[in-house]
Structure formats: C-alpha cells, structure tokens
Design a binder for this molecule. Structure first.
Ligand SMILES: Cc1cc2nc3c(=O)[nH]c(=O)nc-3n(C[C@H](O)[C@H](O)[C@H](O)COP(=O)(O)OP(=O)(O)OC[C@H]3O[C@@H](n4cnc5c(N)ncnc54)[C@H](O)[C@@H]3O)c2cc1C
Length: 394
C-alpha cells in the first residue's frame, strides 16, 4: 500500500504558538479524525490532524486479514466521499484502508503523522486548548477534536497465573490469520464480534480444535436476512423504546437463529437492545452459528485463571489448549490525555460526543467513543458534521 506522505509536517512547526487564526486540532487519523477534519474543512475551518503512527487508518492496517465491515458500504462512508461500488456490500479491510488514504487525499486534509498527543489543557487565557505532543511540542488550537479511538489499547484481563501460562497467549489485536494455528488446539476467549469471527477463521484455517470461552451469552443476529441488512433494522429501531425493541428482537431471533442451547449457547436472558444500552453490540453471524451447530467451534465456560499449562474455567474444568487468543476488548485510555479535565464518566468514556462539549470545556469535542447499534462509522460521519456545524459557527 502506498505510503501517505505528510507534506504538512513543516506546517506543524508553523502552527506552534499561533495566537490568532489558530487551527482546530484533531487528534487521531482514523475514520473519526479524518471525517471531522473533512467536515471542518467544508465549513472553511482549518483543521490539522495529528496522528501518532506513520500513516492514516493505523487501526485498520492492523486488523486481521479476513475482516470485512459488518455495516453496509453506504452507511460506512464518511462525509463527502462515497465508497466505490466495486468495494461490494461488505467492505474488506484492505479496501477500507484504501478508502481512508483516498479520503485524506480527496479532501486535501492536513495530516501530520508521527505526532502523539499526550495531554490537553486549557490555555491560560481560557480561549483555546494547549496540546502537549511528541518531542516536547506544545501546540495551541482554538478547539480540539479527540478521535483517538474506542479500541485504543488492547485489554487482557489480569487472570491469576497468566504470566506463567505454558502455552501461547495473545490478544486478538495481534491475530492476523489462522496460518500459525493450523493443526493446533486453540481457545478463543470472548464471544464478541471479533472472538466469534476469529473462531470461525481458525476452523476454516485448519486449527485442530477450536473452543470459545463465553462469560455472557451474546445475542446473535444474521448480518442480512433476504437481502435486508441487520444494520438497516438497527437504524430504524434505534429511537424506539428499549422494551419494545427487546421484544421484537426476541421474536426475530427465534425465527432467524436456531436454538444452540444444547451446544452451550442458550438464548440470552436480557433483551438485545437492553444489552446494547449496556455497551454490548450483538454478534453478527459470519459463520459462528453453523460452526457451533456442527461442533467445529465448542463454547466453554469463562476463563477464571491459568495454572501452568492449564486454563481453569468458571465451571471448574481445566483445559490445555496450545494457544489462547484473548478477544477481550480494548480500553479507551483517555485518562492521561483528558482525565484531569473531569470530562470522563465512570467507565473512562467522554461524557458527551459530537457537537456537545463537556461542562466547563468549550471547544473540546469527542468522536468515536460511542458504540451505537446503528454502526460506529455511521455515527462518526454524523458526529463529524455536528462538530463542524458547531465549530463552523465560530
Ligand atoms: C475489528 C473491528 C471491526 C469493526 N468493524 C466495524 C464495522 O463494520 N462498522 C462500523 O461502523 N464500525 C466498525 N468498527 C468500529 C469503528 O468503526 C472502528 O474502530 C473505527 O476505526 C473507529 O474509528 P476512530 O477514528 O474512532 O478510531 P481508530 O480507527 O482507532 O483511529 C484512532 C487513531 O488515533 C491515533 N491515535 C491514538 N492515540 C493518539 C494520540 N494520543 N495522538 C495521536 N494519535 C493518536 C491512532 O493511531 C489511530 O490512527 C470496528 C472495530 C473493530 C476493532
């Protein structure tokens, strides 16, 4: 993939200590940051994207080979540039990366790579924001958009005995393809979208045995039914009362998803939308249902601890896989950046997003930290326009 050059690295030093005509700094060159910058530019607001890695779309470049978007192409595109039809309905990882590169070029975004922002503070005169960045840089902007990603830092639970485990233990963020696991006994921990897809990938790639450790049984939905994408239903129902959607979801699930209780995956007690409100997005089926039904992926109890070569499960059983892949999520890791500003909730997420700014922090915007049922990329696109609308007004 071609390297995206950053002709604006010089422009960065020019923007240091500017007191008037200060840009809006956008922290993060993923979909969230690029969308916000493009929407700001459209409003005539100068936006400078600061990206810690060497290229835009860093998170997408690291995702596993098999990955395709779970959201449809149309509702995954960012403001001001459609995704080409040839990308198909479910866009691949590589096409997503191509799109993000093209997006930055198309909108002529000012992207400065290799700059990590470590802390944001209000300027002494209270009219803007001061960013502390790599190499002792101090940048002053009239406003800031934080777009450092919901999936910022891989989280592996502090399971007792984890450090002494005799097998291989990796986080799902390190998983690329099933090739290294061919002929091996693998335990995937966590049955979110990532864990479910990796488990299927492992089966198709020739792992000798694949088990998946389940703490809470997930809602599983078909990615599309008779051509109607699950995301379209999600967009339609997102403003309806939670109990109503829960009830409809239960009915739909009984029609569309077979009962997998005998295989160890009973239907969840809590409703689908209630779970979304708690932060758990349903699992979109990309082969898990068939794999569980056929026994090629076997659900087991949650992981409790490690003991030498064994993994101890919540039901007391012990298993000895060759490798454990922890699909156990990510941390937002916003504490260092903005924790001192009192703008995070108890879960470490920004208390507001989009056009809204936290109390006492005018000009400080966040995007990409919500995980709505209707799709994060769609939300990112909406937030970008909201942020630009707000900051475009001055
Ligand atoms: C496996 C996977 C599949 C997904 N599939 C879908 C899907 O199908 N549909 C959908 O709508 N959503 C999906 N999402 C969710 C979401 O759309 C993506 O995570 C998306 O990349 C979020 O964009 P973002 O810009 O907020 O974060 P990221 O893409 O993570 O970008 C954040 C950027 O910020 C940079 N950065 C971080 N900290 C700093 C710092 N301090 N200073 C400077 N730069 C920094 C990072 O290097 C990175 O480039 C998926 C997520 C994952 C993990």
């Amino acid at each position: 993939m071609p390297e995206r050059t950053s002709p604006t690295n010089d422009a960065l030093s020019a923007s240091v200590d500017r007191t008037d005509g200060r840009p809006v700094y956008v922290i993060g060159g993923g979909p969230g940051g690029l969308a916000a910058a493009a929407a700001l530019r459209e409003q005539g607001v100068r936006a400078v994207v600061l990206e810690k890695s060497e290229r835009v779309g860093a998170s997408w470049r690291r995702h596993y080979d098999r990955l395709h978007l779970h959201t449809i192409r149309r509702w995954s595109a960012l403001p001001g540039l459609a995704m080409p039809r040839r990308f198909g309905r479910w866009v691949s990882r590589d096409d997503m990366v191509r799109y993000l590169e093209k997006y930055a070029d198309h909108h002529e975004l000012e992207v400065v790579t290799g700059v990590e922002v470590s802390r944001i503070d209000r300027t002494a005169d209270g009219t803007g924001w001061q960013l502390s960045a790599t190499g002792g840089r101090v940048l002053t902007g009239r406003a800031v958009v934080v777009a450092t990603g919901f999936n910022h830092t891989p989280r592996v639970p502090a399971w007792p005995g984890r450090e002494e485990f005799g097998g291989e233990l990796v986080h799902a963020s390190e998983y690329r393809s099933p090739a290294p696991y061919a002929g091996r006994d693998v335990l995937v921990v966590g049955i979110g979208n990532t864990g479910a897809e990796i488990a299927v990938d492992l089966v198709e790639g020739g792992a000798s045995r694949v088990r998946i450790a389940v703490r809470t049984t997930p809602h599983i939905v078909r990615r599309s039914t008779a051509g109607w994408p699950a995301q379209a239903t999600a967009v339609l129902v997102r403003r309806l009362p939670v109990r109503l959607v829960d009830r409809a979801g239960r009915l739909l699930s009984r029609v569309a998803v077979p009962d997998l209780s005998a295989q160890g995956l009973p239907r969840p007690d809590t409703g689908l939308y209630s779970r979304v409100k708690e932060g758990a997005i349903p699992v979109q089926d990309v082969g898990l249902i068939d794999a569980v039904k056929s026994g090629s992926v076997v659900p087991v109890a949650a992981v409790e601890s490690f003991d030498g070569d064994a993994v101890v499960l919540a039901d007391g059983s012990r298993i000895t896989p060759d490798a454990v892949i922890a699909a156990t999520g990510y941390e937002r890791s916003l504490e260092g950046l903005v924790g001192h500003l009192g703008v995070l909730d108890a879960r470490g997420r920004p208390s507001v997003h989009g056009a809204r700014t936290p109390d006492g922090a005018p000009g400080l915007h966040f995007t990409g930290f919500t995980n709505p049922i209707s799709g994060m990329l769609r939300e990112i696109a909406l937030d970008a326009r909201r942020i630009a609308g707000r900051l475009g007004r001055g």
